[in-house]
Write a protein that binds this ligand. Structure first.
Ligand SMILES: [Zn+2]
Ligand SMILES: [Zn+2]
Length: 585
């Protein structure tokens, strides 16, 4: 590292001038791509036609002249369309596709990220630096250039949860290095161009869904026909692979070096790259944007074979670690040792989890009493019967459950057993009022508003690993926004006792076993959402974690009963990781 400072351009103006050159170059490359694809396919078709049809000569001069002009014009048209579209909507499409959202300054982890961005903005001299967060437990980061020309750094919740402050600073420095060196601009544009066809398909799908909604027809099939999707993906990959030759693998190594110039902490960057590589599994469907990431979002590591050397967008992690540790005059082994030592330190500083089991037995009795009362209250309010499709009476239901029935409409025949009245639902003032409140997005029945679904106690505002939730002070039930769950899974502030871990692992075993139905799987009682007053839907938490939980789709919230959230968190933390980076998983 003899020639320092030279790698960092001195002014933003210089960067912008470089960006213009890159734009023109990419435009020309794209034009060549279309010229080649259109020219080749059409000439093959025409030459075959020429061979079959008598009197038709492909190379006959008046025809060939016209043909050349048509091919050139089509290629230019497509290039313009693709390029303009990429410049206009590319970044927002990438962000939407990655489910990236703005940081929440009220969240402790997000705030720390925003502070680091602000520091980096000042020390790097960039005119602005935006931040985005991807809600996933995986560890990764990327940088983009927004439509307004301002750079942005995107990190995952996993990275915020796992990286220490100095490691997060190192990641931000790495991404800033990409921005300063112009890689970000090039890659953002390349990925935007490559995503053109996928974007087109998505737009078609949206149109189709809108049309279907208008005609109120049933959703017969979702999305575009398969061949169209395959064709779009094929073109996207063709484009990406065409441009991949421009993406030098060296840029990662160079960015690592510049990052060290910016924040002088090669070991922190080495640690975070190592951690990301070990912890990473697939980051959703983002393979198209692979070149953008800190480490490839794929779980496989890159091998130093000639094939990988040609087609990979990232250098092997071992190479990057070696370069970084050399800068610090340390070894790769020391990186792994540091990661392990810090991990142990962190485990020690976790807050102990206090469970209901730790409290006195009298409390357990009181809780049971409360839950029984709540159950009775719910039964007392269950005064509605509904006539189903076969003409029989279903029920009794509470108002919130009645309205959530899939076949319920204002014209449905219902009966109030307390008042002994029968008629169309819309004739009951209670139902009309409830529907009106639902329309106004107000809680259906004030009596259930903000009350624990199992013990009817007023819910409190609480924080769970830095995330704002609503919690029942007695039964420890928790109402969590679906969007906040990845944050909770990514963060490790609570330490769980051994018996709870055992319980979680036993739970996973039981869920996977089709024969043993564990007691936790027993039919749960219907419960009312404390926010909207509608009945919760009982569904498995996710495809990977089959724990049945109460979900409210209109509110996008999940109600976790005592320990359910903790058990899920243990299962996510104990999920299999690829500890041998070389192995395929
Ligand atoms: Zn409760
Ligand atoms: Zn709700």
């Amino acid at each position: 590292m003899a020639k320092k400072k030279e790698t960092i351009p001195s002014s933003f103006w210089e960067i912008q001038k470089k960006q213009q050159r890159v734009s023109i170059f990419l435009f020309l490359m794209l034009f060549i791509f279309y010229l080649l694809t259109i020219g080749l396919t059409s000439s093959v078709i025409l030459i075959t036609a020429g061979a079959l049809l008598a009197g038709f000569h492909f190379f006959a001069s008046p025809f060939f002249y016209k043909y050349t002009i048509i091919v050139l014009a089509t290629a230019l048209g497509l290039t313009l369309l693709n390029f303009v579209q990429a410049r206009k909507n590319g970044v927002s499409y990438i962000l939407k596709n990655l489910r990236a959202c703005s940081p929440d300054p009220e969240d402790r982890y997000h705030l720390s990220f925003l502070n680091i961005l602000e520091e980096m903005k000042i020390s790097s001299g960039l005119p602005g630096l935006r931040g985005y967060i991807i809600p996933t437990v995986n560890l990764n980061s990327l940088s983009l250039i927004g439509q307004d020309g301002l750079p942005a750094i995107v990190v995952t919740e996993g990275l915020l949860g796992e990286a220490s402050r100095d490691e997060l600073q190192a990641v931000v420095a790495h991404e800033t290095a990409h921005i300063i060196k112009g890689d970000t601009f090039l890659l953002t544009l390349v990925c935007s161009i490559a995503a053109f066809y996928e974007q087109l398909i998505d737009a078609l799908d949206e149109q189709r869904e809108l049309r279907q909604a208008e005609f109120k027809s049933h959703r017969s099939e979702r999305g575009s026909p398969q061949p169209l999707i395959y064709l779009a993906s094929f073109f996207s990959y063709l484009l990406l692979n065409f441009f991949v030759a421009l993406i030098s693998q060296k840029r990662e190594l160079l960015a690592d070096a510049t990052a060290v110039e910016l924040n002088r902490d090669p070991m922190a960057l080495a640690r975070v790259i190592y951690k990301a590589q070990v912890a990473n599994s697939l980051l959703g469907d983002s393979s198209l944007f692979t070149p953008l990431f800190l480490v490839p979002p794929d779980s496989r590591d890159i091998q130093e074979t000639s094939r990988d050397k040609l087609f990979n967008t990232h250098p092997p992690v071992s190479l990057r670690l070696k370069a970084l540790t050399e800068m610090a005059h340390r070894s790769v082994r020391e990186v792994m040792e540091e990661v392990r030592a810090r991990e142990e330190q962190r485990e020690k500083s976790r807050q102990p989890y206090i469970s209901l089991e730790d409290r006195d037995p009298d409390f357990q009795d009181r809780l049971r009493q409360l839950q029984l009362q709540a159950r009775e209250g719910l039964e007392k309010d269950s005064v509605w019967l509904v006539r189903n499709a076969r003409g029989q009476w279903d029920g009794p239901f509470v108002l919130g459950s009645l309205i959530t029935l899939p076949y319920f409409t204002p014209a449905t025949k219902i009966m109030n057993i307390k008042e002994n009245l029968e008629g169309a639902a819309r004739n009951f003032p209670q139902v009309r009022f409830a529907l009106y409140r639902q329309l106004k997005k107000q809680p259906l029945d004030p009596a259930y508003q903000n009350k624990c679904p199992t013990c009817r106690i007023e819910l409190n505002e609480a924080f769970y690993e830095g995330v704002k939730i609503r919690k029942c002070p007695t039964c420890q039930g928790k109402l969590v926004a679906t969007d906040d769950l990845e944050k909770i899974f990514a963060r490790r502030e609570l330490i769980f006792p051994g018996w709870l871990k055992q319980k979680a692992l036993a739970y996973r075993e039981a869920l996977l076993d089709p024969v043993i139905k564990p007691p936790v799987l027993k039919e749960k009682q219907p419960a009312i959402c404390p926010e909207c007053g509608l009945q919760f839907t009982l569904r498995p938490f996710s495809y990977h974690y089959l724990m049945p939980v109460y979900k409210c789709y209109p509110c996008q919230k999940i109600w976790f009963e005592d320990q359910e959230l903790e058990i899920l968190q243990i299962l996510v933390e104990e999920r299999p990781r690829n500890h041998q980076p070389a192995g395929r998983t």
